[in-house]
Design a binder for this molecule. Structure first.
Ligand code: 6PG
Length: 244
C-alpha cells in the first residue's frame, strides 16, 4: 500500500497531527474491539506528541482500553533521561493516571539477551495468534542514518524472523547503551504504522526512504524503508524534514 505523507508547518503541528490520528484510530479500535494497542518509540521527536496526548480532555477514563508497548528501549533505569518508557511516563502516562497494568515495558534489569527474551514473551503472549494479530498502531521515528526503533543499518537484527523482539547489544547510534527492539516482522504485524519525523537532520535519509526509487521493499538499504504494515504507513513530517 502506498504510504501517505503529510507535511505540517512545524514539529509541534506534526506531533499534534499524530496525536489526533492516534485518538482517531483508538476510537475505531475501541468501538470495534473494545481495546486499542499502541507501541511507541523514544528519542526527542515524540516529546510534543506525548504532551499533546497528555492535554486530552476527559480525565483518566479516556485512556480506558488503551494498551501501551514500546517499539524499542534502551537498557537504562526508567528514571534515566535516556529511558523511552521514562519519557512517555513522565510526559503522558503518569500525569494522565494511565493504569500501570496497561503499560507493557521492556524489562531493563536483566542482561540484554534476557530482557529481549522476556519482552518477546510479553508481546507473543499479548498478541496471541487468532486473538490479536499485532498492535493497532506502531509510532516510529527515524534517525539521520535511516534507522527506526533500534533497527540500525546493517544490523543482524534486521534479518531476524520468528521473533517479536530481539537484543541489540551495540546500537549504531547514541546513546551507546544496549537496546531491545521489536523486529521488522513484528512491526509489520501492526494494523497501522505512523512515522513522526521532524528536523532538517532527517531530510537526507527521508529523501532516500520516500523516493520512488527506494522501493520500500524488504531489501531496501535503510531500515525505516523496510517497515511494512498490515494496513497503512503514514508519514507525518515538518517542513524542515520534508524532502524538497
Ligand atoms: C530510540 C528511538 C529511535 C528514534 C530515532 C529518532 O530509542 O532512539 O526509538 O528509533 O525514533 O533514533 O530519535 P530522535 O527523535 O531523538 O531524533
Amino acid at each position: 500500500m502506498t504510504p501517505t505523507v503529510r507535511v505540517l508547518a512545524d514539529a509541534d503541528a506534526a506531533a499534534r497531527a499524530v496525536a489526533a490520528r492516534l485518538e482517531e484510530l483508538a476510537g475505531s479500535a475501541l468501538s470495534a474491539r473494545g481495546e486499542f494497542s499502541v507501541a511507541v518509540s523514544g528519542g526527542r521527536t515524540p516529546e510534543p506528541m506525548f504532551r499533546a496526548l497528555a492535554g486530552r480532555e476527559g480525565g483518566a477514563s479516556v485512556w480506558h482500553g488503551w494498551q501501551v508497548f514500546w517499539c524499542d528501549e534502551r537498557l537504562v533505569p526508567v528514571a534515566d533521561d535516556r529511558s523511552n518508557a521514562g519519557l512517555a511516563r513522565r510526559l503522558w502516562l503518569d500525569p494522565c493516571g494511565f493504569p500501570r497494568s496497561n503499560m507493557h515495558e521492556v524489562p531493563t534489569d536483566p542482561p540484554v539477551e534476557e530482557a529481549a527474551r522476556r519482552y518477546d514473551a510479553t508481546l507473543r503472549t499479548f498478541f496471541h495468534p487468532g486473538e490479536r494479530d499485532g498492535p493497532d498502531v506502531v509510532v516510529l521515528g527515524i534517525g539521520p542514518d535511516g534507522h527506526t526503533a533500534s533497527l540500525f543499518p546493517g544490523s543482524p537484527a534486521l534479518e531476524v524472523t520468528g521473533r517479536w523482539a530481539v537484543a541489540v547489544p551495540t546500537p549504531g547510534q547514541p546513546p551507546p547503551v544496549p537496546r531491545v527492539t521489536m523486529t521488522l516482522e513484528a512491526l509489520a504485524r501492526a494494523r497501522n504504522a505512523l512515522f513522526l519525523v521532524t528536523g532538517a537532520d532527517k531530510r537526507p535519509a527521508l529523501a532516500q526512504i520516500l523516493s520512488p526509487a527506494s522501493s520500500r521493499s524488504k531489501d531496501a538499504p535503510l531500515p525505516a524503508a523496510r517497515v511494512a504494515s498490515a494496513g497503512a504507513v503514514e508519514w507525518f513530517l515538518d517542513r524542515a524534514a520534508a524532502p524538497a
